[in-house]
Design a protein around this ligand. Sequence first.
Ligand code: G3H
Ligand code: ZN
Length: 296
Amino acid sequence: MNDFIPFTNEGRGEKMKLVNGFDLMQYAKQKGYILPAFNTTDMEMTYAIAQGLSDAGLPGYIQISSNNLRLSNPKMIAELAADAVRSYDIPVALHLDHGKSFDHVKACLEAGFTSVMIDASHLAYEENIAEVRKAVEYCHFYGIPVEAELGALRGKEEDILHESDAKTDPELVEEFVRRSGCDLLAVSVGNVHGLSIQPDIDLPLLKQISEIAEVPLVLHGGSGIPAEMIRAVRQYGVLKINYGSDLRKEMIRSFGEAYEKDHNAHDVISLSLQAVENVRAKTAELVKMVNCQVSA
Ligand code: G3H
Ligand code: ZN
């Protein structure tokens, strides 16, 4: 076997392709799974996430935000993700996270993404609805689900700091979902982005929203939410939980530890392979935890 492909899955046969977001959600509902959505930035994290999901034998999403697509482009990420899952037999969808514009949504769809979020939650209510409606009408032509957000999370989403903590107003949920046509609803119920603020999940609010919303709920800011709280939110319509910071920390850790030991550290390949193993292990740990297969 060509020894230049130990890392990629080229030449290892074809088991699974990236699956459609609607199919993944249907599969998870049938099996009673929660779907973690793991944020990638680059080739290494993309393969590590796929390997971790395969190690655990559980489904989920590889996702990338508009902000993180600055390092690559939708086509590159779609090709990497398609190769990363090809030799595994667990269903994985590729999702645009925090899609910043309709143009980004279109570009990702054309590249092969199988699920998208249009994040217009920073706009006024009516504008949020209009932006989501526009993305829905386009994406549904191609059979692709659209996630939207109602409310705003505090915390640091990549390098964007949000101070506002506008919890999702349950009075608006039914109308927002109906008029926007979204297929998943990201809610703000005390979850936060990043690791600098402690999440404080408002379970009664989440329960109230879950009784109103006709679509599955998404919890952003999964990093830092304790396992017992994850077990609690499972009963309130949450189908997708996003994890970014927990994986990014694992990616940086091997380089950070090496640099602390030796400021002349330069063995990029070994540190990169170690970083992949760190992310792979964290992915497997989290996907099992959200499916209550381990007590983390
Ligand atoms: O959209 C991405 C996630 O919400 C990331 O949140 O970094 O707190 O896990 P997190
Ligand atoms: Zn998020």
